[in-house]
Design a protein around this ligand. Structure first.
Ligand code: ADP
Ligand code: ASP
Ligand code: MG
Length: 405
C-alpha cells in the first residue's frame, strides 16, 4: 500500500461537475489500495475575485484580513470534495490549514511553511479516511490564518508529501505537463518528459506558474519527485527530478513570460552617494522584493531611477516612494503595470556565448523595444511592453529552435 499525495488546481475543481470528475480519480486511487491525501485549490477565478472585491474596499487592504478572506476559497472546495466522496460511499474528511497544523511564519500573503503537525493527518489516514486538505493556507504561532502566495497550493502539497514521506506527489492541472513555453500562448511548445529541479526553479521564478517556486524548492530539498499532469486525461505528464547525465543538454531549454511585475520610476532624482539605498531600502523593509533596477543619468546632477516590483505590491510601493520623493526632492513618481518580463533559460548558457545578442536581435526583428535587461548565469530576461508578450515568446521559441515539428 502506497501513500499518494494528489494536488488539484483551480480549473480542475472549477465547478461541481469537475469536482465530481476529480472525486472519481481520487476514488480510483483509493480503490487500487492506496492511502490518499488530497490538496485542493480554490475554484478557478475565485481567488482573483476575492482580491478584486477587497480592492474595491481599500487601496492597500489590511494584510491579516486579506488572508482571512483569501483562505475562504479553499474552504469551499475541500468541503464540497469531502461531501462528494462521502456521497460515493467513501470515508473522507476535509481539513483547513490550521486543522492540518500547517504552521507558517506571520508574513501574511507570502507566508512560509515552518512545520507540519503530521500526526493529525496520520491518524485520520489510519482510520481509513481520504484526507482533503485546503491548499494555500496555514496558521501562524499566534493562531492567525496565513496564505502562502499565489499558486501556494503546490507548496502545500509538496510540504505535506515531504512531512508524511509520501511515495508519490502528483500535481494535477489543466495542461498535460511542463512545456518549453506556456502552451496556452505558444502553440509550438513541446511537452518535456523530465526536467531538473534547478531548471524548474528558474522557470518558476521567471513566470512559469505551472508550479509555485517554493514547491520546487521543497521538492528538491526533501527529495520529493513531482509528477505534473492533467486532471482531464490519463496521459503521463512531466517528472521533476534531480539532474542526471541523460538529460537533454541544450543551450536554451525554455522561454518564460511574467505579467506579474510592475515598474516604478522616480524622475529627476538628485544624483549623489546613497540615493539608491534611500529609495530602495524602505521598499525592502516593507517586505516588497525589488527585481530589476536601472539608473539613467541626466544632465545637471539629476538621474532617473527605475525598478520593478511584483504587481500586487505596486500600490504599497508607490505609497512609500511618493513620501521618499518628497523628502529627497525628486520631480515625480510614475507607476506602470503594462509591462512583461520575457526570459530565456538554459543551463547550457554557462558554456555558450551569443544567447543575449540572439535574444536582442530577435526582439528587434519584431520591432519590440526592450525597457530593462537582467542576466544570470543561466538566463537572460528583458522587460517589454505587455502587449507584445505573446509575440515575443513565440519569436524567441522559434529563434532558439524549441518549436515542435
Ligand atoms: P492550477 O490551477 O492547476 O494550479 P495554474 O494556472 O496555476 O494551474 O498553472 C497551470 C498553467 O501554467 C497552465 O494553464 C499554463 O498556462 C501555465 N504555464 C506557464 N508556463 C508553463 C509551462 N512552461 N508549462 C506548462 N504550463 C505553463
Ligand atoms: N487559490 C490560490 C491562488 O489562486 C492558490 C492556488 O491556486 O494554488 O493563487
Ligand atoms: Mg497553480
Amino acid at each position: 500500500m502506497a501513500l499518494i499525495v494528489q494536488k488539484y488546481g483551480g480549473t480542475s475543481v472549477g465547478d461541481t461537475e469537475r469536482i465530481r470528475n476529480v472525486a472519481g480519480r481520487i476514488a480510483r486511487t483509493r480503490d487500487a489500495g492506496n492511502d490518499v491525501i488530497v490538496i485542493l485549490s480554490a475554484m478557478s477565478g475565485v481567488t482573483d475575485e476575492l482580491i478584486s472585491m477587497a480592492g474595491k474596499i481599500a487601496n492597500t487592504p489590511d494584510k491579516r484580513e486579506m488572508d482571512v478572506l483569501l483562505a475562504t476559497g479553499e474552504q469551499t472546495t475541500v468541503s464540497l470534495m469531502a461531501m462528494t466522496l462521502q456521497a460515493m460511499g467513501y470515508k473522507a474528511r476535509s481539513m483547513l490549514g490550521y486543522q492540518a497544523e500547517i504552521l507558517t511564519d506571520s508574513r501574511y500573503s507570502k507566508a512560509r511553511i515552518l512545520d507540519i503537525g503530521a500526526e493529525r493527518i496520520k491518524s485520520l489516514i489510519a482510520e481509513g479516511h481520504i484526507v482533503i486538505v485546503a491548499g494555500f493556507q496555514g496558521v501562524d504561532a499566534s493562531g492567525d490564518i496565513t496564505t502562502l502566495g499565489r499558486g501556494g497550493s503546490d507548496t502545500s502539497a509538496v510540504a505535506v508529501a515531504a512531512a508524511l514521506k509520501a511515495d508519490q506527489c502528483e500535481i494535477y492541472t489543466d495542461v498535460d505537463g511542463i512545456y518549453t513555453a506556456d502552451p496556452n500562448i505558444c502553440g509550438k511548445a513541446r511537452k518535456l518528459s523530465r526536467i531538473s529541479y534547478d531548471e524548474m526553479l528558474e522557470m518558476a521564478s521567471l513566470g512559469a506558474k505551472v508550479l509555485q517556486i517554493r514547491s520546487v524548492e521543497f521538492a528538491k530539498k526533501y527529495d520529493v519527485p513531482l509528477h505534473v499532469r492533467s486532471s482531464f486525461n490519463e496521459e503521463e505528464g512531466t517528472m521533476v527530478v534531480h539532474e542526471d547525465a541523460n538529460m537533454e543538454k541544450v543551450v536554451v531549454s525554455g522561454v518564460t513570460h511574467s505579467k506579474n511585475e510592475a515598474r516604478i520610476t522616480l524622475r529627476k532624482v538628485p544624483d549623489m552617494p546613497g540615493i539608491a539605498s534611500r529609495i530602495l531600502e524602505p521598499v525592502a523593509k516593507a517586505g516588497i522584493s525589488v527585481d530589476m533596477i536601472i539608473q539613467n543619468t541626466r544632465l545637471s546632477n539629476m538621474t532617473d531611477l527605475t525598478f520593478t516590483v511584483p504587481k500586487p505590491d505596486l500600490a504599497a510601493a508607490l505609497e512609500i516612494e511618493e513620501k521618499i520623493a518628497e523628502e529627497i526632492g525628486a520631480a515625480e513618481v510614475l507607476g506602470d503595470e503594462n509591462i512583461a518580463k520575457i526570459s530565456v533559460i538554459g543551463v547550457g548558457m554557462r558554456s555558450h556565448s551569443g544567447v543575449a545578442s540572439k535574444m536582442f536581435a530577435t526582439l528587434a526583428s519584431e520591432n519590440i523595444n526592450i525597457l530593462l535587461i537582467s542576466t544570470s548565469e543561466i538566463r537572460i530576461s528583458c522587460v517589454i511592453e505587455e502587449k507584445y508578450t505573446e509575440l515575443a515568446v513565440r519569436a524567441l521559441h522559434s529563434a532558439f529552435e524549441l518549436d515542435s515539428a
